[in-house]
Design a binder for this molecule. Structure first.
Ligand code: GLA
Length: 425
């Protein structure tokens, strides 16, 4: 039945000529956006790669078999599911989802076998959910989930996938016209009051429209704000018009409105990258997200976890533990582990792939232990895809399957099968 639904969906998608949007550039600056620095001290962060002007290339949507690393020993036909491993710890296993993936049989087979949660890779970002024509006509920001998004949410429902909403308030992949009078970039910015009213309306409509369309019950978490803090502890200012127009308290208001309009069943998240270099900042920040009675307006901290095999793993687990000690949920929301370091990515040699397998094994083992010891409340862990060829960081082979969709050591590491995860025989 599942296969039938997937087939039907593929036909519908092709007939609708959907999918062109995925080839639009992901306007993200660089590195998720910034790359981790090598500094471990929070007080003296090194400049991040984010400051470099080169845009991150859009992930290729089609697998490229010629560049695939050679199949490794990890190609053994072992029947194992990350989803089942995580389920034993009360956690969902997630992947990001693109329209390419729901049209590709290999991808569908992997997703339905391995995962039970999805995050739209792009389609629920503000660039896609805010409708300029409708906003001009209504004189207010209008949220609209396009046909492709709805087809993918239907697919999620038909395949028993829970959904993480990503994302509402962000400096990147957000149309500039929302900040201007009459939704026209040639006109001045609106006032703080108008922008707050637009923010409230935007946040309200996200939850209202998902409810009207019948999708709201799929969502268990939503990234209300993405990437608002810098490594030096300051608020992001560059290209951040939410901040520029409203001021520092735009963050509090975003969560205030989300708390007001989201159903209780959806956990509200703050999501960021370079979390291991921003830990103090994040701990201090979330403490400010309370109402006048001291009640949290936020439920969880999302850690993008765009890591490298050269990153300090124990230090990373400490970050997770410290954030867990805030009492909020913690979720790894975009996990990938690139080969090497951000300054120097390494090729997909047998040795490096083994190292990556061990890194995935140890990382996930450490996280599951923190969960088991109740040091961290984590009800899901999302990988930012599964196959290297579909990754935004495909040159650093950061994911679980190679470009031929064969499981790597990394896969077995994530699935906690130590004997296949690249440790010495
Ligand atoms: C960040 C965002 C994601 C995505 C990645 C790059 O981590 O949160 O939505 O844009 O960068 O793919």
């Amino acid at each position: 039945m599942k296969k039938y639904i997937a087939g039907l969906l593929a036909v519908l998608l092709l007939a609708a000529g959907c999918g062109q949007k995925t080839n639009e550039p992901d306007n993200k600056p660089t590195g998720a956006a910034g790359e981790p620095t090598m500094a471990v001290e929070q007080t003296t962060p090194e400049p991040t790669k984010e400051e470099q002007p080169t845009p991150t290339p859009e992930p290729t949507k089609a697998p490229d078999p010629t560049k695939a690393p050679e199949p490794t020993k990890a190609d053994l036909p072992v029947d194992v599911s990350i989803r089942e491993v995580f389920e034993e710890h009360g956690m969902k296993a997630g992947t990001c989802l693109s329209d390419f993936m729901v049209r590709d049989k290999n991808c569908i087979d992997i997703i339905t076998a391995q995962f039970n949660s999805i995050t739209m890779e792009n389609l629920m970002k503000p660039d896609y959910t805010l409708d300029r024509e409708a906003s001009i006509a209504a004189g207010d920001l209008v949220v609209a989930f396009n046909d492709m998004t709805q087809l993918m949410l239907d697919w999620a429902r038909d395949n028993n996938m829970a959904v993480r909403g990503h994302t509402i308030i962000w400096h990147s992949q957000t149309p500039k016209w929302i900040f201007h009078e009459n939704f026209d970039t040639a006109q001045p910015y609106v006032t703080r009051e108008v922008m707050l009213a637009r923010m409230e309306s935007y946040v309200r409509q996200v939850f209202e429209k998902l409810t009207e369309l019948g999708y709201i019950d799929l969502f268990y978490a939503y990234d209300v704000v993405n990437e608002a803090w810098m490594e030096d502890g300051s608020i992001r200012k560059e290209q951040n018009y939410w901040y520029e127009i409203i001021g520092d308290d735009y963050l509090w208001h975003a969560f205030y409105y989300a708390d007001k309009y989201a159903p209780e069943t959806i956990d509200l998240y703050y999501n960021d990258y370079n979390e291991q270099y921003k830990t103090d900042t994040l701990v201090n920040f979330v403490k400010t997200l309370v109402d006048e009675d001291g009640r949290f307006l936020i439920d969880g901290i999302g850690l993008q976890a765009h890591l490298y095999t050269g990153d300090d793993l124990q230090g990373y687990l400490k970050t997770v533990e410290r954030l867990g000690a805030t009492g909020l949920k913690v979720e790894l929301t975009e996990l990938d582990v690139s080969l090497g370091t951000w300054q120097n990515t390494l090729p997909a040699t047998e040795e490096n792939l083994r190292l990556q397998g061990r890194y995935y094994y140890d990382l996930i083992n450490g996280l599951l232990q923190l969960v088991q010891e109740e040091k961290v409340e984590m009800d899901a862990l999302t990988f930012w895809g599964f196959a290297d060829s579909l990754s935004w960081r495909k040159n650093a082979s950061p994911l679980l399957y190679n470009s031929r969709y064969q499981p790597k050591y990394a896969f077995y590491g994530a699935a906690q099968m130590k004997e296949l995860a690249g440790f010495d025989e």
